[in-house]
Structure formats: C-alpha cells, structure tokens
Design a protein around this ligand. Structure first.
Ligand code: PLP
Length: 379
C-alpha cells in the first residue's frame, strides 16, 4: 500500500495526464497566459454545468468573497451574518473591508448555519447573510432565502467546499450550490472538489447588473480600459489553470460520486458507535464530501490523531480555532460570544482522508485502525 494522504492528487492526475499535458502545452504554444481563450470557455462551461447566468473567474476563493462584498458596495460598519465555524477566509475579507462579522452558531448535526439563530442576529445595519456549505453539504438554503427575502438582505454563498453538490427545495426544485443566493463564490485550490494546479476561483450570479459590477471590481474597477470608475483589485484566473479546469470539470460528477462512495464506506464502518457520530446528511442536500468529518465524544481527539499518525493514517482538524476566537478578531469583541455548538464541536471534530482515488484496501486499513485506536483509548 502506498503512503496514505489526506488528498492524493498524483493518482488523479495520472488518469487525465495526456489531456492535461496537452492543454497546458497548448496555452504555452499560444502564449496567451492572461485571459486566453480557455478562461472564457471554462466560464461558459461552468455556467452551463451550474445553471448560472454568469460565471466570473478570479484568482482564488478568498478574492471571490472579497469581490462579491465590494461589488455589492458594502460600507465600513455594515454587518454581515455568518458562521464562526468555517475556514477563516469567509470572515477575513469582512474584516479587511471593515465590515462587522456577526457570528451565528451552527447546527450540531449538519455543521452548517443554525437557521433558527439568524433572525435574532439581524439589525438595521445588516446587509447580508453569508452561509457556508461546509465540508460539501449545502446550508439550509430554503430557510435562509426566506429570511433574506423577509429582511431584504443579500446572500453570498461560500461554495468553496461544495461545488458539484446541490440542494432540493420543498417543491422538488434542485439548484446547484452557489446559485441560490445573490452571489456564489468558489475556490479551485488544488485540494478542493474542483481543483486546479495552483490558485483559482470564481463568482456566480444570475443578476446582470451585479455581474457587471463583479467584473469591474475584479478588473481594477474598470469596464472600459484605462477608465477606472471604482477602487477594484486585480484578480484573474490564469489561462493555464482554466485549461486544466475545463478538463477537470468534465470529471466533476465522477469525482463527487467517488467522494460519496468513500463516505458511504466510512459511514457503514463507523455506524452505531458510541464514541463516533458520522456526518449527518440532510435529505435535501446532495453532499459532496469535501471533507469526511466525524464528531468524537468520550475519547481524547488529539490522542486519537497522534495514534493514527503513528500508524501512517493522516487526519486533520478543520478547524482547530473558530473564527470568533482568532487573534485577528481580538478588537472585534467577539471572543466572549455565546456560540455553544461551535465551541462544543471544535475540540471534537476530526477529518479522515477522502479523495477521488481511494482504494478499498486503504479504506479498510484506515477504518480498522481508527476503530482499534478508539477502543484502546476508552476508559
Ligand atoms: C478554501 C476556502 C476558501 C478560500 O479559497 P482560496 O482559494 O484558498 O482563497 C474560502 N472559504 C472556504 C469555506 C474554503 O474552504
């Protein structure tokens, strides 16, 4: 058995090597490194895949979130409602733009925003809700859309971990993650579900005016060359990355199924265990398992991680410190916030290897060692 990894991109590349190598070579032959043809082609293909009217490629997922908030013209002091139980990028851009993140707790089962807590967090300064489709599972968008509509708020979906997944509304309508709110933002960081071979990101919207603003902000605030209407930034998807993403987009559904099969295997292996809670999958969410994250109770999570490592099984903690406890927010007066579920989950979550190329042998090795270690640690 090869050395186990959280994500194995080498084996994935091996399967598409000929196509990828040829696509990269083509970009070099064309020397169209910036805004070459594949960038627009990829944007159009992703539009079709998602069923979104506009896809604006950009440099990374963090930029996507920042550009979204700039394009909606949020001003310093505006409040944005978001979970603290997320990757820091979601809230870092709010701080950068001098917005005030207002944290709400998450649901202990789905790990996504607890929608029953949103309305109490709304004030006259609230501009938007930023739900995160954490670990590959859709946030409860039907409820979030209803609240946003009632209070006239924007929704910016952080879809960095859930591209390829979708949500089913009560009336049976299915919508791709990232296409339900005002704007959706994603990342093509290599380990993401649709990853490129460097940095990349994209922004989705169905609104023509917002799309024009997003493009302008991402391009130095200009819509006509050398005429700069607003302060923007420089955020582009490299042509080489777009060329790779075109190939990988055709595999995305297969990649998502592979991840779901890995999750099924683990779910069966760890079912009905007193110390392990397997990931809850809401019936209205097509979960694409960017991470396979368990909750451990009654055993020392950090000890489990150490013993796994000794047996060559990597694991990760996403995330060891929630946003509201990060030093960067020390001046925001949020550290004392009551987020009991976030604070309860943080020392208990653990993520096991999940990627598109896992073998039965690897899964068996990981699951049996994980169970043995937990049994050995139980008092
Ligand atoms: C990865 C990620 C981002 C940021 O994407 P980058 O491309 O790394 O900038 C934002 N939000 C979440 C939830 C992420 O997982």
């Amino acid at each position: 058995m090869q050395k186990l990894q959280m994500v194995d991109l080498k084996r994935q590349y091996a399967k598409i090597k000929d196509q990828v190598d040829a696509a990269i070579q083509q970009v070099i032959d064309d020397t169209a490194f910036i805004n070459g043809k594949p960038v627009q082609q990829f944007a159009e293909e992703l539009q079709t895949y998602l069923g979104s009217k506009h896809v604006i490629p950009c440099a990374n997922g963090t930029d996507a979130l920042q550009i979204a908030m700039m394009a909606l013209n949020f001003q310093p002091g505006d409040e944005v409602i978001t979970p603290s139980f997320t990757y820091i990028a979601t809230v870092e851009v709010m701080a950068l733009l001098k917005l005030t993140p207002v944290f709400v707790d998450v649901d202990p089962k789905s790990f996504t925003m607890d929608v029953s807590k949103i309305e109490a967090a709304i004030t006259s300064k609230t501009k938007a809700i930023v739900p995160v489709h954490l670990y590959g599972q859709s946030a409860d968008m039907e409820a979030i859309l209803a609240i946003a509509k009632k209070h006239n708020l924007y929704i910016i979906e952080d879809d960095a971990q859930a591209i390829g997944g979708h949500y089913t509304f009560a009336d049976g309508t299915k919508k791709a993650n990232g296409t339900m709110g005002t704007i959706g933002c994603t990342s093509f960081f290599p380990s993401k579900n649709l990853g490129c071979y460097g940095d990349g990101g994209a922004i989705f919207t169905d609104d023509d005016t917002i799309a024009a603003n997003l493009k302008m902000v991402a391009n130095h605030g200009q819509s006509v060359k050398y005429y700069h209407d607003v302060v923007g930034c420089n955020s582009r998807l490299d042509t080489i990355q777009a060329a790779i993403l075109r190939i990988k987009l055709r595999q995305l559904d297969t990649y998502c199924s592979a991840r779901r099969s890995v999750a099924d295997f683990y779910n069966n292996a760890f079912a009905n265990h007193e110390n392990i809670t397997t990931p809850f999958c809401a019936s209205n969410s097509y979960h694409v398992y960017h991470q396979y994250t368990l909750v451990l109770d009654g055993v020392d999570r950090n000890e489990v991680q150490k013993l796994l490592e000794e047996r060559g099984v990597p694991s990760m903690i996403y995330y060891p410190v929630p946003a509201h406890k990060q030093k960067m927010f020390a001046s925001f007066d949020v550290a004392d916030m009551e987020l009991p579920v976030t604070d309860w989950l943080t020392p208990r979550v653990i993520s096991l290897p999940i990627h598109t190329e896992m073998t039965e042998e690897e899964l068996q090795y990981i699951a049996s060692n994980f169970l043995e270690i937990i049994a050995s640690l139980k008092k």
